[in-house]
Design a protein around this ligand. Structure first.
Ligand code: PMP
Length: 309
Protein backbone atom coordinates (compact mmCIF):
# COMPACT_ATOMS: atom_id res chain seq x y z
CA UNK A 1 0.00 0.00 0.00
CA UNK A 2 1.38 3.40 -0.99
CA UNK A 3 1.08 6.48 1.20
CA UNK A 4 -0.95 8.03 -1.61
CA UNK A 5 -3.68 5.46 -0.98
CA UNK A 6 -4.39 7.48 2.16
CA UNK A 7 -5.01 10.66 0.14
CA UNK A 8 -8.55 11.30 -1.02
CA UNK A 9 -8.70 14.83 -2.35
CA UNK A 10 -6.59 17.25 -4.34
CA UNK A 11 -7.48 20.93 -4.84
CA UNK A 12 -7.52 22.10 -8.47
CA UNK A 13 -8.59 25.54 -9.65
CA UNK A 14 -10.97 26.04 -6.75
CA UNK A 15 -12.51 22.54 -6.55
CA UNK A 16 -11.73 19.40 -4.60
CA UNK A 17 -11.18 16.50 -6.98
CA UNK A 18 -10.42 12.84 -6.45
CA UNK A 19 -6.65 12.10 -6.23
CA UNK A 20 -6.80 9.88 -9.34
CA UNK A 21 -8.49 12.57 -11.39
CA UNK A 22 -5.93 15.30 -10.68
CA UNK A 23 -4.22 15.10 -14.09
CA UNK A 24 -2.74 17.48 -16.69
CA UNK A 25 -2.74 17.13 -20.47
CA UNK A 26 0.22 15.67 -22.39
CA UNK A 27 0.47 18.87 -24.45
CA UNK A 28 0.80 21.12 -21.42
CA UNK A 29 3.74 23.55 -21.20
CA UNK A 30 4.39 22.36 -17.63
CA UNK A 31 5.03 18.83 -18.90
CA UNK A 32 6.94 19.88 -22.00
CA UNK A 33 8.97 22.81 -20.65
CA UNK A 34 8.63 22.74 -16.88
CA UNK A 35 6.62 25.96 -17.01
CA UNK A 36 5.38 26.18 -13.46
CA UNK A 37 6.31 27.32 -9.97
CA UNK A 38 5.66 25.48 -6.74
CA UNK A 39 6.19 25.29 -3.00
CA UNK A 40 7.11 22.56 -0.56
CA UNK A 41 5.46 23.09 2.84
CA UNK A 42 5.18 20.89 5.90
CA UNK A 43 2.48 20.41 8.47
CA UNK A 44 3.44 18.70 11.73
CA UNK A 45 1.16 16.60 13.90
CA UNK A 46 1.57 17.42 17.57
CA UNK A 47 0.28 14.35 19.47
CA UNK A 48 0.36 16.19 22.81
CA UNK A 49 -2.30 18.70 21.80
CA UNK A 50 -3.77 16.58 18.99
CA UNK A 51 -3.32 19.31 16.43
CA UNK A 52 -1.92 19.50 12.89
CA UNK A 53 -0.05 22.79 12.31
CA UNK A 54 1.23 24.10 8.98
CA UNK A 55 4.62 25.73 9.45
CA UNK A 56 5.09 29.25 7.97
CA UNK A 57 2.31 28.85 5.42
CA UNK A 58 2.09 32.57 4.59
CA UNK A 59 5.87 32.82 4.07
CA UNK A 60 5.83 29.92 1.63
CA UNK A 61 2.93 31.52 -0.22
CA UNK A 62 4.83 34.82 -0.39
CA UNK A 63 7.66 32.98 -2.12
CA UNK A 64 5.20 31.15 -4.40
CA UNK A 65 3.70 34.44 -5.54
CA UNK A 66 7.18 35.96 -5.98
CA UNK A 67 8.15 32.97 -8.12
CA UNK A 68 5.03 33.47 -10.25
CA UNK A 69 5.80 37.20 -10.55
CA UNK A 70 9.31 36.54 -11.88
CA UNK A 71 7.69 34.21 -14.44
CA UNK A 72 5.19 36.94 -15.40
CA UNK A 73 2.39 34.54 -14.47
CA UNK A 74 -0.79 36.06 -13.15
CA UNK A 75 -2.16 33.88 -10.33
CA UNK A 76 -5.95 33.74 -10.54
CA UNK A 77 -6.29 33.35 -6.73
CA UNK A 78 -5.24 35.50 -3.77
CA UNK A 79 -2.81 34.30 -1.11
CA UNK A 80 -5.79 34.17 1.26
CA UNK A 81 -7.65 31.86 -1.15
CA UNK A 82 -4.69 29.48 -1.33
CA UNK A 83 -4.23 29.59 2.44
CA UNK A 84 -7.88 28.67 2.96
CA UNK A 85 -7.62 25.92 0.34
CA UNK A 86 -4.60 24.37 2.11
CA UNK A 87 -6.46 24.31 5.44
CA UNK A 88 -9.57 22.78 3.86
CA UNK A 89 -7.55 20.25 1.89
CA UNK A 90 -5.78 18.96 5.00
CA UNK A 91 -8.95 18.76 7.06
CA UNK A 92 -11.01 17.18 4.26
CA UNK A 93 -8.38 14.44 3.96
CA UNK A 94 -8.57 14.10 7.77
CA UNK A 95 -4.79 13.98 8.07
CA UNK A 96 -3.49 13.37 11.61
CA UNK A 97 0.20 12.78 10.95
CA UNK A 98 3.15 14.73 9.46
CA UNK A 99 2.20 16.00 6.02
CA UNK A 100 3.99 17.47 3.01
CA UNK A 101 2.01 20.04 0.99
CA UNK A 102 2.74 21.13 -2.56
CA UNK A 103 0.91 24.04 -4.20
CA UNK A 104 1.75 24.46 -7.88
CA UNK A 105 0.90 27.19 -10.40
CA UNK A 106 1.42 26.13 -13.98
CA UNK A 107 0.56 26.38 -17.65
CA UNK A 108 -1.58 23.27 -17.83
CA UNK A 109 -3.39 23.37 -21.11
CA UNK A 110 -2.13 24.48 -24.49
CA UNK A 111 -5.69 24.59 -25.87
CA UNK A 112 -6.90 27.28 -23.56
CA UNK A 113 -6.44 30.98 -24.16
CA UNK A 114 -2.87 32.33 -24.03
CA UNK A 115 -2.82 33.52 -20.43
CA UNK A 116 -4.53 30.51 -18.90
CA UNK A 117 -2.84 29.54 -15.64
CA UNK A 118 -3.82 26.55 -13.52
CA UNK A 119 -3.44 26.25 -9.76
CA UNK A 120 -3.36 23.02 -7.80
CA UNK A 121 -2.48 21.78 -4.32
CA UNK A 122 -1.75 18.23 -3.30
CA UNK A 123 -0.65 16.89 0.06
CA UNK A 124 0.25 13.56 1.55
CA UNK A 125 1.94 11.87 4.51
CA UNK A 126 5.68 12.44 4.94
CA UNK A 127 7.25 11.61 8.27
CA UNK A 128 9.64 14.09 9.84
CA UNK A 129 13.31 13.13 10.09
CA UNK A 130 13.82 15.46 13.01
CA UNK A 131 12.84 12.99 15.71
CA UNK A 132 14.88 9.95 14.74
CA UNK A 133 18.60 9.35 15.09
CA UNK A 134 20.24 10.63 11.90
CA UNK A 135 23.81 9.55 11.28
CA UNK A 136 24.37 12.39 8.81
CA UNK A 137 25.21 12.39 5.12
CA UNK A 138 28.42 12.04 3.11
CA UNK A 139 28.71 14.70 0.40
CA UNK A 140 30.80 15.66 -2.56
CA UNK A 141 31.24 19.00 -4.27
CA UNK A 142 29.28 18.71 -7.51
CA UNK A 143 30.85 18.77 -10.96
CA UNK A 144 27.82 20.89 -11.91
CA UNK A 145 27.64 24.58 -11.03
CA UNK A 146 24.54 26.27 -9.58
CA UNK A 147 22.94 28.22 -12.39
CA UNK A 148 23.47 31.94 -12.02
CA UNK A 149 20.71 34.52 -11.66
CA UNK A 150 21.49 35.78 -15.14
CA UNK A 151 20.69 32.35 -16.64
CA UNK A 152 17.85 30.83 -14.59
CA UNK A 153 17.00 32.38 -11.23
CA UNK A 154 17.74 29.98 -8.35
CA UNK A 155 15.97 32.45 -6.06
CA UNK A 156 12.57 31.28 -7.32
CA UNK A 157 11.11 27.81 -6.95
CA UNK A 158 10.50 26.97 -10.59
CA UNK A 159 9.65 23.45 -11.77
CA UNK A 160 12.32 23.66 -14.50
CA UNK A 161 15.06 24.52 -11.99
CA UNK A 162 14.80 21.02 -10.57
CA UNK A 163 16.42 19.47 -13.62
CA UNK A 164 19.58 20.63 -11.89
CA UNK A 165 18.58 18.58 -8.84
CA UNK A 166 18.39 15.54 -11.10
CA UNK A 167 21.79 16.14 -12.73
CA UNK A 168 23.64 16.89 -9.52
CA UNK A 169 22.05 14.22 -7.31
CA UNK A 170 22.34 11.44 -9.87
CA UNK A 171 26.04 12.27 -10.34
CA UNK A 172 26.61 12.20 -6.56
CA UNK A 173 24.71 8.95 -6.03
CA UNK A 174 26.51 7.28 -8.94
CA UNK A 175 29.81 8.21 -7.27
CA UNK A 176 28.72 6.66 -3.97
CA UNK A 177 27.87 9.84 -2.04
CA UNK A 178 24.56 10.59 -0.28
CA UNK A 179 24.25 14.21 -1.35
CA UNK A 180 26.13 17.02 -3.03
CA UNK A 181 27.03 20.70 -2.71
CA UNK A 182 26.86 23.05 -5.69
CA UNK A 183 29.25 25.95 -6.21
CA UNK A 184 28.26 29.13 -8.02
CA UNK A 185 29.65 29.77 -11.51
CA UNK A 186 32.39 31.82 -9.82
CA UNK A 187 33.33 28.97 -7.48
CA UNK A 188 31.73 30.06 -4.18
CA UNK A 189 29.57 27.68 -2.13
CA UNK A 190 25.89 27.95 -3.05
CA UNK A 191 23.66 25.17 -1.67
CA UNK A 192 22.68 21.55 -2.08
CA UNK A 193 20.25 20.92 -4.96
CA UNK A 194 17.35 20.70 -2.47
CA UNK A 195 18.46 22.50 0.68
CA UNK A 196 20.45 25.45 2.02
CA UNK A 197 23.71 24.96 3.86
CA UNK A 198 25.23 26.16 7.14
CA UNK A 199 28.87 25.73 8.20
CA UNK A 200 30.09 26.08 11.77
CA UNK A 201 33.58 27.41 12.40
CA UNK A 202 34.81 28.24 15.90
CA UNK A 203 31.24 28.39 17.22
CA UNK A 204 30.04 30.83 14.52
CA UNK A 205 27.36 29.74 12.03
CA UNK A 206 28.03 30.80 8.44
CA UNK A 207 25.62 30.53 5.53
CA UNK A 208 26.04 31.69 1.90
CA UNK A 209 24.42 35.07 1.28
CA UNK A 210 21.24 35.46 -0.79
CA UNK A 211 23.38 36.62 -3.73
CA UNK A 212 25.11 33.21 -3.88
CA UNK A 213 22.47 31.82 -6.30
CA UNK A 214 20.49 30.11 -3.56
CA UNK A 215 16.80 29.55 -3.10
CA UNK A 216 15.95 31.91 -0.24
CA UNK A 217 14.89 29.14 2.10
CA UNK A 218 12.16 29.55 4.69
CA UNK A 219 14.04 27.13 6.96
CA UNK A 220 17.26 29.13 6.47
CA UNK A 221 15.40 32.30 7.47
CA UNK A 222 13.82 30.53 10.48
CA UNK A 223 17.18 29.28 11.68
CA UNK A 224 19.07 32.55 11.21
CA UNK A 225 16.57 34.28 13.47
CA UNK A 226 16.02 31.60 16.10
CA UNK A 227 19.66 30.51 16.43
CA UNK A 228 20.46 34.13 17.31
CA UNK A 229 17.49 34.58 19.61
CA UNK A 230 17.22 31.17 21.30
CA UNK A 231 20.71 29.64 21.10
CA UNK A 232 22.49 32.99 21.48
CA UNK A 233 25.02 32.10 18.77
CA UNK A 234 26.43 34.34 16.03
CA UNK A 235 25.14 33.76 12.48
CA UNK A 236 26.90 35.34 9.49
CA UNK A 237 25.59 35.54 5.91
CA UNK A 238 28.49 35.90 3.46
CA UNK A 239 30.32 34.38 0.49
CA UNK A 240 31.82 30.99 1.37
CA UNK A 241 34.91 29.42 -0.21
CA UNK A 242 35.02 25.76 -1.24
CA UNK A 243 37.91 24.95 1.11
CA UNK A 244 35.92 26.25 4.06
CA UNK A 245 33.80 23.13 3.61
CA UNK A 246 36.85 21.00 4.37
CA UNK A 247 37.97 22.89 7.47
CA UNK A 248 34.52 23.47 8.99
CA UNK A 249 33.88 21.93 12.42
CA UNK A 250 30.30 21.06 11.45
CA UNK A 251 28.03 21.44 8.43
CA UNK A 252 24.30 20.90 8.07
CA UNK A 253 21.70 21.21 5.34
CA UNK A 254 18.33 22.79 6.01
CA UNK A 255 15.09 22.77 4.08
CA UNK A 256 11.45 21.90 4.45
CA UNK A 257 11.14 18.68 2.47
CA UNK A 258 13.72 15.92 2.70
CA UNK A 259 16.32 17.77 4.74
CA UNK A 260 14.73 19.69 7.63
CA UNK A 261 18.04 19.84 9.57
CA UNK A 262 20.43 17.21 8.17
CA UNK A 263 23.99 16.83 9.49
CA UNK A 264 26.82 16.47 6.96
CA UNK A 265 29.66 14.27 8.21
CA UNK A 266 32.13 14.50 5.31
CA UNK A 267 32.79 16.48 2.13
CA UNK A 268 34.77 14.86 -0.72
CA UNK A 269 35.68 12.12 1.79
CA UNK A 270 37.29 14.65 4.14
CA UNK A 271 35.82 14.03 7.59
CA UNK A 272 34.43 16.86 9.67
CA UNK A 273 34.72 16.06 13.37
CA UNK A 274 34.47 12.38 14.24
CA UNK A 275 31.91 10.93 11.84
CA UNK A 276 28.98 11.96 14.01
CA UNK A 277 26.58 14.90 13.85
CA UNK A 278 28.17 17.86 15.64
CA UNK A 279 26.99 19.27 18.94
CA UNK A 280 25.72 22.61 17.58
CA UNK A 281 23.94 20.84 14.71
CA UNK A 282 22.11 18.67 17.25
CA UNK A 283 21.07 21.75 19.23
CA UNK A 284 19.77 23.36 16.03
CA UNK A 285 17.86 20.22 15.15
CA UNK A 286 16.10 20.03 18.49
CA UNK A 287 15.35 23.77 18.39
CA UNK A 288 13.76 23.34 14.95
CA UNK A 289 11.67 20.38 16.14
CA UNK A 290 10.30 22.39 19.05
CA UNK A 291 9.44 25.30 16.70
CA UNK A 292 7.54 23.21 14.16
CA UNK A 293 5.61 21.43 16.91
CA UNK A 294 4.54 24.80 18.29
CA UNK A 295 6.31 24.27 21.61
CA UNK A 296 8.00 27.70 21.65
CA UNK A 297 5.50 30.41 22.60
CA UNK A 298 7.40 33.26 20.93
CA UNK A 299 7.11 31.77 17.43
CA UNK A 300 3.59 30.37 17.59
CA UNK A 301 2.48 32.90 14.97
CA UNK A 302 4.35 30.80 12.42
CA UNK A 303 1.78 28.02 12.81
CA UNK A 304 -1.57 27.62 11.08
CA UNK A 305 -3.72 25.11 13.03
CA UNK A 306 -5.95 22.84 10.94
CA UNK A 307 -8.48 21.56 13.46
CA UNK A 308 -10.68 23.63 15.75
CA UNK A 309 -10.64 23.41 19.52
N1 PMP B 1 17.31 25.24 -1.87
C1 PMP B 1 16.65 24.47 -2.75
C2 PMP B 1 17.20 24.32 -4.11
C3 PMP B 1 15.46 23.83 -2.38
O1 PMP B 1 14.80 23.07 -3.25
C4 PMP B 1 14.99 23.99 -1.06
C5 PMP B 1 13.73 23.28 -0.63
N2 PMP B 1 12.59 24.05 -0.94
C6 PMP B 1 15.69 24.82 -0.18
C7 PMP B 1 16.86 25.43 -0.62
C8 PMP B 1 15.19 25.09 1.20
O2 PMP B 1 14.06 25.93 1.17
P1 PMP B 1 12.95 25.87 2.28
O3 PMP B 1 13.64 25.96 3.57
O4 PMP B 1 12.09 27.04 2.01
O5 PMP B 1 12.25 24.58 2.11
Amino acid sequence: MSIWDRVRYVWMNGDFVDWREATVHLSSPVVNMGLGVFEGIRAYWNPRIKQLNVFRLRDHLNRLFDSAKVHRMHVPFSKGDIEKAVVELLSSNNFREDIYIRPIIYRGNLWQEEESIDTGIYAGPRATRLKGVDKGVRCCVSGWRRMSDSILPARVKACGNYLQYHYAMSEALASGFDNTILLTVSGKVSESPGANIFLIRDGVLITPSITSDILEGVTRNTLIRTIREKLDLEVVEREVDRTELYVADEIFFCGTGGGEVTPVISVDNILLGNEEPGEITERVRSLYLSLVLGEVEKYKDWLTPIYEG
